[in-house]
Design a binder for this molecule. Sequence first.
Ligand code: BTN
Length: 224
Amino acid sequence: MTSLGVPRVHFRRVDSTNARARGLAEAGAPHGTVVTADEQSAGRGRQGRTWSAPPGQALLFSVVLRDPPRLLPLAAGIAVAEEAGTEARIKWPNDVLLDVRKIAGILVEGRPRERWAVLGIGLNVAVKVDELPPELRDRAGSLERGQAEIEPTLNRLLTRIERWLVAPPRALLEAVRARDDLRGRAIRWQAGHGEAAGIDDDGRLVVLTKAGQVVLEAGEVHLG
Ligand code: BTN
């Protein structure tokens, strides 16, 4: 049993579960409040991108967290990766990959000063990849479970998230490092390129560049 998921608001169609959860958080909703949807018309992704998923085939939800831990983005990533199985890998900070394909996106939006965050997750539970638009088909993956598995997957995932929220940072970092998809690979980001050299104790990505070692706090990296 998990304390996450109560209260729960479900929409058949909504603009963005993150937007709704933020509104609820601002209005004083308790820790653990969850917003789910079968479909989003304006799903939000990282870096200002949109997030889309075929109606009824993905798990789309956001949870309000009071006093979230510092390593929340990593905790969410490992919870999803565990749900996806032993083969799932994490592309820092928290893209979850299965067979080199992204099966989940995680968006943390918060008000650190007000000590809350909204954790939004889109997990392709029952998405049929070959029915996706061509621009997604090459990169997106899916757990390829049935649609009836979406709700049980949510329940298990909430339990996993709750566990990792209170886990010792050392255990969390160890679990994330064990699934680090970038380590030893050539990467590039907006301001440079180098070789990924692991995740430090603050959850940052360490990169070896010609000029020396740099650490990336947040943002996005690409392979190659
Ligand atoms: C990413 O760009 O990788 C993060 C995508 C996060 C998408 C999820 S779907 C549920 C929740 N509601 C949103 O509007 N975004 C997140």
